[in-house]
Design a protein around this ligand. Sequence first.
Ligand code: SAM
Length: 198
Amino acid sequence: MAKIADPWHHHDWDSKDYVADWAERQKGREPDRQEAFAALAAALPYKKEAAIKILDVGAGYGGLAMYLLARFPNASAVCQDGSEAMADLGGERMKPFAGRFGYILADFSKPGWTRKVPDRFDAAVSSIAIHNVRDTKTIQRIYADILPLLKSGGCFLNFDRMRPTLEDQLGFLERAGFERVKCFWQGETRSVIGGFKP
Ligand SMILES: C[S@@+](CC[C@H](N)C(=O)[O-])C[C@H]1O[C@@H](n2cnc3c(N)ncnc32)[C@H](O)[C@@H]1O
């Protein structure tokens, strides 16, 4: 995966050891994000029984994907991530959902990554992943890349750090072509934002 030249970049998602360590630390933090996950799930405009197709962008070990698969028992998920180590860990952790998910390795910091995602989705979601690229122009490009992956009326919901500001991020979604853009949940440093494909 592309390394970010940034003095405060401290993640090494390509390292199996780093990923194992991160996942271990994340265990204790999972309860803190259940409220945001619940708000994101509630914003999905689908009935519980709907057989929706979900794309989890930067899915990691599948924390959000698993949350949604548990709430939508007929849904399936494609988990995209740039880290093979994360995808391997996700394959293990998501075993209770075997047959309802698959992983795609793709680096979203690179234009053209969506060529590796050969499907159209009812919902694209993401959790604490896209900010990793740091550069706001790249974040805007990723939002624009996601729009064509959605079916008409489909939604994109992103739980992430709002840099530079929440208002800027909402503007990025609008300029990417999403409509009915809004903030669905706001925490201290992170929010759930999203919009719909016309
Ligand atoms: C903080 S983890 C979050 C993982 C997961 N979404 C969650 O909430 O548990 C960030 C994830 O983003 C992925 N990631 C970071 N930069 C990426 C890139 N350029 N392309 C694809 N995935 C990337 C990492 O591999 C990692 O799995």
